[in-house]
Write a protein that binds this ligand. Structure first.
Ligand code: GLU
Length: 441
């Protein structure tokens, strides 16, 4: 069965970049009628926080990305220990004692000599006595996986054929000196034991994939299909990482971005398919094809989320936004008419409050000096409310007759006096909703 996973580390809030990964894995599973696992990569007890686990779940639920199973790596440490024993038993795991400073020095020397900064495997030639002495002096070492120095190849779902020379990669540390199991091995054990068939993640993981392929094989597992999507950049191609804080899903939700706007953008961004608003997930899944994504960095302009949000809101009936209309204070009997006007003029639901305030309290009139007399005359002709959809038509006809003004010269000053704005909704519909016209005095 097609099985995918989204594997965030709960060390922060998830952002648009994470969402892209989650969404691709989700859509692959759903399209194939398979299974989608939410795996919490929380082997780092210091940086992992329950608060972030809760927030990740909340964000995914908000977007409707449902998971079939949730796993936590912190509950599977015995499995990783078993895998580590196995690697030791087959001679692919060794303890190394270099301090970070020593490693840094080695790297600098290599770079100075124009060599790639690959770990030199000095620890492999330590005798048992030397090991014991170092352990006594420095505590437990780190455990490194001994790569086979051959080419590691796979056919990547996005990048195509990949071939990496294992000799150009350092033997990865899988267990730290303090015993903490690192993601590289935990992920391999989980992907194998959980029957993960497809792994899509960012292209920053390409080298990890190369080493993980060897670890999977060393443990006797079957490799999933790998695909690495490009990384997102800002609109000018600048690294997004610095700004990801502002593109956390929770902040976008707070800013009023609608889930379908976010999903529509991120499910297609970086692919050869056009970005169009989709109003339900099934449509997005239907048209999803990993093979249409390119390897070039993908530009994301978060401002694009707002027109998509506005267009999505226009598709909704008033009943779908009842809670928001209630929250904005719109009385029930006015909700349908108000929504019909408001939805064409809002960007996010947060704008409802302002539009309702205009209807309820009226607006500060905007009256040009040369229109003052005209407006005074017109306002004297405006009946006291309540208004209905005929009021504007009848009133402006009367004003036209009495003042001789017509066209823009008639309508624009009236609109500005009534709404305080130069542009806005159809005035017949808006005036029908207005309880007060302040310019009337
Ligand atoms: N926790 C890892 C990350 O967020 C998961 C990478 C993977 O998908 O294997 O980068």
């Amino acid at each position: 069965m097609t099985t995918t996973r989204f594997a965030p580390s709960p060390t922060g809030y998830i952002h648009v970049g994470n969402l892209r990964t989650a969404l691709m894995n989700y859509m692959i599973a759903r399209k194939a009628g398979g299974s989608f696992i939410l795996r919490i990569d929380d082997t780092d007890p210091e940086r992992s926080k329950q608060e972030y686990v809760d927030a990740i779940q909340h964000d995914l639920e908000w977007l409707g990305l449902t998971w079939d199973r949730m796993e936590r790596q912190s509950e599977r440490l015995d499995r990783y220990a078993e895998a580590a024993d196995k690697l030791r038993a087959i001679g692919r795991f060794y303890e190394a004692f270099e301090t970070p400073t020593e490693l840094d020095l080695k790297r600098k020397k290599q770079l100075n000599m124009g060599k790639p900064p690959v770990y030199d495997r000095a620890a492999l030639s330590l005798s048992a006595d030397e090991q014991a002495a170092l352990r006594a002096e420095r505590g437990n070492g780190v455990w490194r996986f001994k790569l086979d120095h051959e080419r590691i190849e796979w056919s990547d779902g996005i990048l195509g054929d990949i071939s990496i020379d294992a000799a150009s990669v350092s033997d990865p540390v899988l267990i730290r000196g303090d015993g903490q199991v690192l993601y590289t091995i935990a992920s391999v054990v989980d992907d194998t034991e959980m029957g993960v068939t497809h792994v899509v993640r960012g292209s920053d993981h390409v080298t990890n994939t190369a080493t993980q392929i060897q670890i999977i094989k060393a443990l006797g597992g079957t490799c999933p299909e790998f695909a690495h999507h490009s990384l997102l950049t800002g609109p000018q191609g600048e690294a997004l990482s610095k700004r990801l804080g502002t593109l956390a899903l929770r902040d976008l939700r707070e800013a009023g971005v609608q889930p379908m706007a976010l999903l529509s953008l991120l499910a297609r961004l970086g692919s050869s398919d056009p970005i169009e608003l989709r109003t339900d997930m099934a449509e997005l899944i239907d048209g999803f094809d990993l093979g249409r994504f390119g390897s070039a960095p993908t530009k994301l302009d978060s401002q694009d989320l707002y027109p998509l949000t506005a267009r999505y809101l226009q598709t909704l009936p008033h009943t779908a936004v009842k809670a928001d209309l209630d929250a904005a204070g719109v009385p029930e009997d006015k909700q349908q008419d108000f929504w019909a006007v408001a939805k064409e003029n809002i960007t996010t639901l947060k704008d409802l409050e302002g539009w309702w305030a205009l209807c309820r309290d009226g607006a500060e009139p905007l009256i040009a000096e040369e229109d003052a007399d005209f407006i005074a005359e017109a306002m004297a002709l405006l009946p006291e409310g309540p208004y209905d959809s005929e009021t504007w038509g009848k009133w402006t006809a009367e004003v036209k007759e009495k003042t001789g003004r017509k066209g823009k010269g008639l309508f624009m000053p009236l609109r500005k006096a009534v709404t305080g704005m130069e542009r806005g909704p159809d005035m017949s519909a808006l005036l029908a909703l207005m309880q007060v016209v302040r310019a009337r005095g």
